[in-house]
Design a binder for this molecule. Structure first.
Ligand code: NDP
Ligand code: 2IT
Length: 453
C-alpha cells in the first residue's frame, strides 16, 4: 500500500468511524487509483479523490407511519447524493434491517464509478431505510412507502436525483413510491426507474442487472476463447438479480447448481432448469416464500440452513467453473474465495455490490482468474435505468430487442474499457483496476472542468 493510500485511509477511518463497508470500498478504489495519481499529479493537487469520498449531500430523516394494526412505527430514511459531476444523481433504494449510513455510503460511492462506466450521463447516489419488508402485508408496505416518499419527494426529481430498486425494493415498492410522489407534486415525470410497463417503465429493466452480468461474464470468457456453453455455475441469492442471471445462463447453455436466501442455500446436482426457475420466481415474487421450499419440491436438491458457527458459506464449496454472487455485500470471504479457487472456479462475475471482501479480491487477482467486480459486471441494471430515463424524456418506448441490444452494447463497452484501461495503467486482465480507473477518469475530468465545488 502506498504512503498516499495509507494516509488517506487513516483520515477516512478517523472521519467516518463505524462505517467498515465504506472504508472497504474506498480502500479498494484508492489502491487502484494510486497508479493514476502518480502519473497525473494534477488530480492530486485538485484533491479529486478526497472530494469524491465526501458525499455532496446526505439526507437522513424520520419515517413515522401507522401499520395495519393501528400501531405507530418509526424507521430511519436516507438518501446519499454522492456525486453529480457527470449527470443527475442516480441509484437505488434499499429496504433491509441491515441498512445503515455506512452501508449506503459504500453503495453510493460504488455507484459513482459504475454509472460513469455505463457511458450514460448519470451521477451517483443511494438511499433506503432499515425497514424490513419481509413477511409484511401489501398494505403495510404501501403505508411505509408513502411515509418514506412524503419526505424524499423534496430531494429528488427527474433532473435532480432519480431513485430505483435494490434489495427489498422491486416493482411493487416502486409503484407505491411513484404514486405518492405524483400525488405530492401533481406531476407525472420519470422520477423513479423500474416503473410498471404501462406507466413509463422500460422493457428489459427487470431483467437488466442479471442479463448484463451474464453478458459481462461472456465477454470475459471470450478473452480465453470460451463461452458459457456447458459451464457449471454457482449462483447466490434468489431475488431479482439472481433470477435473471440464472435465466440468461440457461439461455446460453450453462448449468446452474445453487441458489440461496438469507436463511440458507440449495445445491441441486441435476441443475436448476427453466421449469425450476419458473417455480422459484413464483415462490419468491408471488408467494414471497423461502428457498428451503425448493428442496421439498425437487428431490435432487439439498438444503443447508445458515450456520453462524461456520466460517465459510457452503454454497461456494462445490466443483464448478463460474460463480455469480448475486445476494449481498461480503458474501465471499477469504475462506470462500479459497474454496472457489480450490474447486476449480476460474470466472467470478459479481451481480451483487461488493460481494467479495478485500482478502477475497486479492486472492482472485493473484490467481489471475477472470474476476469481474460488481461496479462493472452489475452496471446493466442502472444502464437500462438510464435508457428508461431517455425513453421518458422522449415520451416514447423502445422495443424489447432495441433495449436488449443497447444493454449488450453497453456491457461490451464496459468490458472494453476495463481491458484497455488495465493495459494502460496496470496488469492486463485486472478488471478491478480497469473498472476503478475507467470509472474515475470521466468523473475526475468533469470535476476538473467544473472548478472547486
Ligand atoms: P432482492 O431483494 O430482489 O434479492 C436479494 C437476495 O439476496 C434475496 O435472495 C435475499 O434473501 C438475499 N439477501 C439479502 N440480504 C441478505 C443478507 N444480509 N444475507 C444473505 N442473503 C441476503 O435484491 P436484488 O436482487 O435487487 O439485489 C441483490 C444484489 O444485487 C444487491 O447487492 C444489490 O445491491 C445488487 N444490485 C441490484 C441491482 C438491481 O437492479 N436490482 C443492480 C445492481 C446491483 P431474502 O429473500 O432472505 O431476503
Ligand atoms: O446498485 C445498482 O446499480 C442498483 N440498485 C440499480 C440502480 C438504478 O438506478 O437502477
Amino acid at each position: 500500500m502506498s504512503q498516499y493510500v495509507k494516509d488517506l485511509m487513516a483520515e477516512v477511518k478517523a472521519k467516518n468511524p463505524a462505517q467498515p463497508e465504506f472504508h472497504q470500498a474506498v480502500e479498494e478504489v484508492a489502491e487502484s487509483l494510486s497508479l493514476v495519481l502518480e502519473r497525473h499529479p494534477e488530480y492530486r493537487t485538485a484533491r479529486i479523490l478526497e472530494r469524491m469520498i465526501e458525499p455532496e449531500r446526505v439526507i437522513m430523516f424520520r419515517v413515522a407511519w401507522v401499520d395495519d394494526q393501528g400501531e405507530v412505527q418509526i424507521n430511519r430514511g436516507y438518501r446519499i447524493q454522492m456525486n453529480s459531476a457527470i449527470g443527475p444523481y442516480k441509484g437505488g433504494l434499499r429496504f433491509h434491517p441491515s441498512v445503515t449510513l455506512g452501508i449506503l455510503k459504500f453503495l453510493a460511492f460504488e455507484q459513482v464509478f459504475k454509472n460513469s462506466l455505463t457511458t450514460l450521463p448519470m451521477g451517483g447516489s443511494k438511499g433506503g431505510s432499515d425497514f424490513d419488508p419481509k413477511g409484511k402485508s401489501d398494505l403495510k408496505i404501501m403505508r411505509f412507502c408513502q411515509a418514506f416518499m412524503s419526505e424524499l419527494f423534496r430531494h429528488v426529481g427527474p433532473d435532480t436525483d432519480v431513485p430505483a430498486g435494490d434489495i427489498g425494493v422491486g416493482g411493487r415498492e416502486i409503484g407505491y413510491l411513484f404514486g405518492q410522489y405524483k400525488r405530492l407534486r401533481n406531476e407525472f415525470t420519470g422520477v423513479l426507474t423500474g416503473k410498471g410497463l404501462n406507466w413509463g417503465g422500460s422493457l428489459v429493466r427487470p431483467e437488466a442487472t442479471g442479463y448484463g452480468c451474464v453478458y459481462f461474464a461472456s465477454e470475459m470468457l471470450s478473452t480465453r476463447g470460451q463461452t458459457l456453453e456447458g459451464k457449471k455455475c454457482l449462483v447466490s441469492g434468489s431475488g431479482n438479480v439472481a433470477q435473471y442471471t440464472v435465466e440468461k445462463i440457461l439461455e446460453l447453455g450453462g448449468k446452474v447448481l445453487t441458489l440461496s436466501d438469507s436463511n440458507g442455500c440449495i445445491y441441486d446436482e441435476a441443475g436448476i432448469d427453466k421449469e425450476k426457475l419458473a417455480y422459484i420466481m413464483e415462490l419468491k415474487n408471488v408467494r414471497r416464500g423461502r428457498i428451503e421450499d425448493y428442496a421439498g419440491k425437487y428431490k435432487s436438491a439439498v438444503y443447508k440452513p445458515v450456520d453462524p458457527k461456520l466460517e465459510f458459506n457452503p454454497l461456494w464449496d462445490h466443483k464448478a467453473d463460474c460463480a455469480f454472487p448475486c445476494a449481498t455485500q461480503n458474501e465471499i470471504n477469504e475462506k470462500d474465495a479459497a474454496n472457489l479457487l480450490k474447486n476449480g472456479v476460474y470466472c467470478v462475475t459479481e451481480g451483487a455490490n461488493m460481494p467479495t471482501t478485500l482478502d477475497g479480491v486479492r486472492q482472485f487477482i493473484d490467481a489471475r482468474i477472470l474476476y469481474g467486480p460488481g461496479k462493472a459486471a452489475n452496471a446493466g441494471g442502472v444502464a437500462v435505468s438510464g435508457l428508461e430515463m431517455s425513453q421518458n424524456s422522449l415520451r416514447l418506448s423502445w422495443t424489447r430487442d432495441e433495449v436488449d441490444a443497447r444493454l449488450r452494447m453497453i456491457m461490451k463497452s464496459i468490458h472494453k474499457t476495463c481491458v484497455e484501461v488495465s493495459e494502460r495503467f496496470s496488469t492486463p486482465g485486472n478488471y478491478v483496476n480497469g473498472a476503478n480507473i475507467g470509472g474515475f477518469l470521466k468523473v475526475a475530468d468533469a470535476m476538473m472542468d467544473q472548478g472547486v465545488v
